[in-house]
Design a protein around this ligand. Structure first.
Ligand code: GLC
Length: 481
């Protein structure tokens, strides 16, 4: 089977969140299962490292209609770990200075990209059986397929899968963009029209052959208005073609036995290195005041996240003093809303030997936190899948999570003898604090804790299971031909 995975970001070329991890690892897993998989993404000038960029090979170029204009599109290719990458080049759209998204013309940039993906397939030697498009940035791919390409003799057998990684970002714009910018004929506006807007994600949900999301629980949650940001009404009518598969993580990239970013290696069989990682982490973030005393005995809670409301930081803020009073140290890495950045800075000054806050995102420090912390806190209000809790498990760091979306599907509470973490259900600061307290109490029973760490490390969230689920879904679609 031939698959084309379309994403606006993919590791190691461009990343702003979990989508990049998935786009960088699921295609590899599909190839491992014996299929051909290519990834197509924009050729961003500010994120792709020169060592890769120099090796890209130019394939072809053509023009893309964008409303009443046409725009240049170049195609470059490169192969990594058996996965073929196609990079679509247009400097006007993708040579920007700050970050990947957030520009005034994002609608136009990703409409261009989506149309260019399909146009490319009529001009290169790769005609997939399946196109799996991801999130709002690629949501117009199935829409343009429906409008312009489904009768094309080269493309007509393609089946379209659309994957929702986060329903909060839908690509909602005014209907005035329809013909001028998006090249969607007025008589077809019903595909994308929703609540008097033009909604890219709604368009994909409407016309894709299958809609998937990134955990089974999230697939159910988004039928509920509390989670769906308005899309529950359309999703309810498309339940028959919607399902959820839990993401995996890249077990080569996240491996405490081989990780070059951590100071000591460890594994299920020999966990001593984890203690050394903890001491080194405390020293690095300034929480190991005197290297001689064994302060590594206090539990360390790691937090790596965007500091925004829906990740649950309002709860953390509410009971932060209580968390510290439980005898924990807290190591935070992240950036986001200014009031949270300021809050954690203040907390560092209030508890200089207990709390460290690094504002920003430093991938190598993130790995050292995963490896060196004892526990990892993710109290998300909603979490489509979440990857950090899986990475934590891999490094023997016990997750404390709110039971929602993928967190619910990946972490079993320790109330169960097979538990791998601590969970709480109601979105409430007291319940979160209670889960943290249970974790701290468990931490002081050394033998039981060591068994828990073993169970955490044994949990398997590699792609081996979920890649097969995607393949099953793709095969079902092909059996319709
Ligand atoms: C989004 C979601 C996150 C998920 C990731 C990859 O970033 O918010 O929960 O893990 O996509 O699917």
């Amino acid at each position: 089977m031939k698959i084309l995975y379309a994403a606006s970001e993919a590791q190691p070329f461009a990343a702003s969140g979990g989508l990049a991890d998935v786009a960088g690892s699921l295609p590899k897993a599909l190839v491992k299962e014996g299929h051909e998989c290519a990834v197509v993404m924009p050729l961003y000038k500010n994120t792709i490292k020169p060592e890769y960029r120099e090796k890209f090979i130019f394939l072809t170029n053509f023009n893309i209609p964008v409303g009443w204009r046409t725009q240049y599109c170049g195609v470059f290719t490169y192969e990594l770990d058996g996965v073929k990458y196609y990079f679509l080049d247009n400097e006007y759209y993708f040579m920007r200075d700050f970050g990947i998204y957030g520009y005034y013309d994002d609608a136009e940039r990703y409409a261009f990209f989506s149309r260019a993906v399909l146009e490319m397939l009529t001009r290169i030697d790769y005609q997939p059986d399946i196109i799996n498009s991801n999130d709002w940035q690629c949501a117009l791919i199935p829409v343009y397929f429906q409008i312009y390409y489904k009768y094309n003799h080269l493309l007509r057998n393609i089946r379209n899968v659309f994957t929702i990684h986060n329903i909060a970002y839908q690509g909602q714009y005014g209907l005035n963009l329809l013909e001028e910018i998006l090249s969607i004929p007025r008589h077809m506006k019903n595909i994308v029209e929703y609540d008097s807007d033009c909604n890219f994600m709604k368009g994909a949900i409407e016309v894709a052959d299958k809609v998937t999301t990134v955990s089974p629980t999230y697939a159910l949650e988004i039928l509920d208005p509390w989670f769906a940001h308005g899309l529950d009404r359309i999703l309810k009518t498309k339940k028959y073609k919607t399902c959820g598969f839990l993401n995996g993580i890249d077990y080569d990239m996240y491996n405490p036995q081989t990780d070059k970013d951590i100071p000591a290696k460890f594994s299920l069989k020999s966990k001593a290195g984890k203690k050394a990682c903890k001491a080194a982490l405390l020293e690095e973030v300034g929480l190991l005041k005197s290297p001689d005393s064994d302060q590594t005995d206090e539990p360390v809670i790691g937090i790596i996240s965007r500091l925004v409301d829906h990740k649950g930081f309002d709860l953390v803020k509410e009971v932060f003093d209580g968390i510290v009073q439980k005898g924990c140290k807290v190591v935070i890495l992240g950036s986001g809303d200014t009031h949270y950045e300021k809050f954690f800075t203040d907390m560092h000054y209030r508890y200089p030997d207990k709390v460290s806050f690094t504002c920003g995102y430093i991938p190598a420090l993130a790995k050292r936190i995963y490896a060196g912390a004892d526990m990892f806190l993710m109290p998300s209000k909603s979490e489509p899948c979440g990857l950090a809790q899986m990475i934590s498990l891999r490094y023997g760091t016990v997750p404390i999570v709110r039971a929602t979306g993928g967190l619910k599907d990946s972490i079993v509470d320790c109330g169960d003898e097979n538990g791998t973490g601590f969970t709480f259900l109601t979105y409430n600061a007291g319940d979160m604090l209670n889960a943290i307290e249970r974790a701290c109490n468990a931490y002081h029973d050394k033998k039981a804790w060591s068994n828990l760490v073993t169970r955490a490390m044994k949990a398997d969230f590699s792609w081996s299971v979920s890649a097969k689920l995607y393949i099953g879904l793709y095969e079902e679609l092909l059996s319709w031909n």
